[in-house]
Design a protein around this ligand. Structure first.
Ligand code: ATP
Ligand code: MG
Length: 397
């Protein structure tokens, strides 16, 4: 049974000094992902910039480690690898036969040995090693055959300070390691879209903070718990998430009382954006993230997005789902494992106060005029909302 993984990573443009930042961030995230896995693992980088994960204790759960590594952004693929200390040709032959036996139950396949030497001082050429190891495999397993052009199994042998043998590649999450691209504030609701939007942004190396607007008693504790659960699911990819829970009830009630009802949703959304922007700037976030996509609902027409966006003045709003169809978003949420939680039927705060016929083409000047109806109360309400911000940190345990 293999005890190590070779980590394959790489992103065009990651060179020079950036490469070290990338690798260090990647190693940190790998360690974070493995913290929850039984056993001790060493994460190391060799001279050639290759990253290895090695089981250090007997009790290492390699299946759980495989699952954990699938969640690490920056990994393109990873390979279960066998390390062989004694690189003499006889020992390598034994090792490669053992490797094939342990890795494949059904050995009715074509294969190729692909040797690379890091040091030309090794007493045989790569081709000589290929031939010797190929013959050893053929002799041990007569059901196999060699195909150097289109092998079903490509057995890599790398001769470095030790020899590495591997053949299987497990696809990774891709993207860039967390922490290589700053931090953003995700507006996280209990829906399908926003967890996906968070995932997609984090995939590019962005650390996530999150904010949820809660409206008790119109939204229940179960709805709040659902958002915390979603944040925890996303944190499997992103590391700890600082989730701010903002009590939005009084602001919603004030809007309901003082503004035209067909404008409730858009005005409410503008206040969500303003509050998110405020918390974001206090926490060194460089942008907001939402799960909006053009035309999905009345509040996401281009006109609505224009008016919502105008509420934010000091930082960009990223909408990674902007061009995606609902089905594509659903597929993605299933893939990342948030879908089942997202569809739990707890009300979200937007559904309570929605008008029968919300404006679909709001005009900024008109909305701004309506918002002036809140002038006498809004500063106090915002202050109270910030003061009662409940911070829940998920994914730290
Ligand atoms: P989602 O599936 O993410 O809830 P949605 O299709 O329900 O999105 P809206 O309710 O219009 O769409 O919300 C658009 C975006 O606004 C969400 O993707 C999310 O980023 C943000 N948002 C909406 N409601 C809340 C909330 N209660 N707390 C935090 N953010 C919210
Ligand atoms: Mg929603």
């Amino acid at each position: 049974m293999f005890r190590s993984f070779l980590i394959k990573y790489g992103e065009i443009g990651v060179k020079g000094k950036n490469r070290y930042i990338f690798e260090d961030a990647l190693m940190k995230q790998i360690k974070y992902a493995l913290k929850k896995v039984e056993g001790n693992f060493a994460v190391t980088k060799d001279m050639g910039g290759r990253i290895f994960v090695e089981a250090e204790s007997e009790d290492c759960d390699m299946d759980a480690a495989t699952e954990a590594l699938r969640h690490v952004f920056g990994i393109i693929a990873f390979c279960p690898v066998e390390h062989v200390e004694d690189k003499s040709l006889d020992n390598l032959k034994e090792a490669v036969v053992r490797f094939v036996r342990d890795t494949y139950e059904d050995r009715n396949f074509s294969f190729k040995i692909n040797t690379r030497r890091a040091h030309k001082s090794y007493p045989y050429t790569s081709m000589q090693v290929d031939a010797a190891l190929g013959e050893a495999v053929l002799t041990a397993f007569p059901e196999t055959h060699v195909d150097v052009h289109h092998p079903e199994v490509d057995i890599r042998v790398e001769l470095r300070s030790v020899a590495h043998i591997y053949s299987k590649e497990i696809p990774g999450a891709g993207g860039m390691p967390l922490g290589t691209n700053g931090k953003c504030m995700l507006l996280l609701s209990g829906g399908i879209d926003s967890p996906v939007a968070g995932y997609m942004t984090a995939k590019r190396g962005v650390i996530l903070d999150a904010v949820y607007f809660h409206a008790p008693p119109y939204t229940s504790d179960r709805a709040k718990q659902k958002v915390i659960d979603l944040a925890r699911l996303v944190s499997r990819y992103t590391g700890p998430i600082y989730l701010h829970i903002i009590n939005f009830t009084d602001i919603q009630l004030a809007i309901y009382e003082k503004c035209p009802h067909d404008e409730l949703t858009i005005i409410m959304r503008r206040y969500m954006m303003r509050i998110a922007e405020h918390i974001a700037s206090q926490n060194d976030c460089l942008g907001l993230i939402t799960g909006e996509s053009i035309g999905q609902v009345a509040s996401q027409t281009l006109q609505s997005l224009y008016v919502t966006d105008s509420a934010v003045s000091t930082m960009p709003v990223y909408r990674p789902l902007i061009g995606m169809d609902k089905q594509e978003i659903v597929d993605m949420s299933e893939k990342i494992g948030t879908y089942e939680t997202s569809i739990l039927p707890y009300e979200d705060c937007c559904t309570i106060f929605v008008a029968k016929h919300p404006v679909t083409k709001p005009k900024l000047e008109i909305i701004e005029r309506s918002e002036h109806n809140l002038d006498s109360v809004i500063d106090g309400l915002l202050e109270e909302a910030y003061r009662t911000d409940e911070l829940v940190i998920v994914g730290k345990d």
